[in-house]
Write a protein of this length. Structure first.
Length: 175
């Protein structure tokens, strides 16, 4: 186990296409997944995708804190070769940050409901429907597997800011 170095925006690995992971997973993938969970927690993130730790592979880890999901937290999950598709056409605006873009947050339009399907480390199927913050995290992490960072999804760059300034001047208090 160990902490991994996180790639920052500008590093080409974040824009790269990623390769599907062969099942059953190798010991290397198993170790990578464990290290990614540890790195995510250490960095106080809610999600981390393999390209963010310099591995162009189709895997991400995430968790949902209870306070972000009506008291129903989701313990850390490892998603291998995931598929995320919109469920309906509803759109929500999400305030996002990214461990690869430290210090910034931006407002990003996302689908309000998605269906997800992935394999776990032991080949088990992880599937369901997600809404709200959970749906937000899944779409953000899935984008990383396709070389997409959240600013590339933004439609209004006036809604990009430094965390410290946004704390001092929340959007809702602006004119
Ligand atoms: Ni990210």
């Amino acid at each position: 186990m160990g902490l991994l170095k996180i790639a920052r925006m500008g590093h080409p690995v974040l824009l790269q296409e990623t390769d599907a992971i062969e099942m059953p997973v190798s010991e290397n993938v198993r170790r990578l997944a464990a290290d990614m969970v540890e790195t995510m927690h250490d960095a106080m993130g809610v999600g981390l995708a393999a390209p963010q730790v310099h591995q162009a592979l189709r895997m991400f880890v995430y968790h949902v804190p209870a306070e972000r999901n009506l008291g129903m937290g989701i313990a850390p999950r490892i998603m291998i070769n995931p598929e995320i598709v919109p469920d309906g056409e509803g759109i929500m605006e999400c305030e996002e940050g990214c461990l690869s873009i430290p210090g910034l947050r931006g407002l990003v339009p996302r689908y309000s409901r998605v269906r997800y399907h992935a394999a776990g480390l032991d080949g088990e199927i992880i599937a369901g429907i997600a809404e709200g913050f959970h749906a937000n995290v899944l779409q953000h992490e899935f984008d990383h597997l396709n070389g997409i960072l959240y600013p590339m999804r933004m439609t209004d760059f006036s809604r990009l800011g430094f965390v410290e300034e946004l704390r001092r001047y929340p959007w809702e208090r602006r004119a």
